[in-house]
Design a protein around this ligand. Structure first.
Ligand code: SF4
Length: 74
């Protein structure tokens, strides 16, 4: 199992976003939808607390590849 197949979790206060690089199509829906959360080139590149959880969830659902997923905290 290489790092590329791994699903990484980015934990925020009210939402956790997971990202599976292998599935990403680089359509950049996420970056265009919410640049305050998705910042490629920065580490960590996903900052789940950068926006309201509901707005973030909406952008995650627009990911065309399923690379991004989310889970609400409680
Ligand atoms: S929206 Fe999904 S497929 Fe597109 S760049 Fe973001 S994670 Fe990758």
């Amino acid at each position: 199992m290489s790092n590329e197949t791994e699903k990484k979790a980015y934990k925020g206060k009210s939402i956790t976003v997971t990202f599976e690089a292998r599935r990403c199509l680089h359509a950049a829906e996420c970056v265009h939808g919410l640049p305050e959360v998705f910042a490629p080139g920065e580490r960590p590149w996903i900052r789940p607390d950068g926006a309201e959880a509901e707005r973030l969830a909406e952008v995650v659902r627009r990911c065309p590849s399923g690379a991004l997923q989310y889970e609400l905290v409680d």
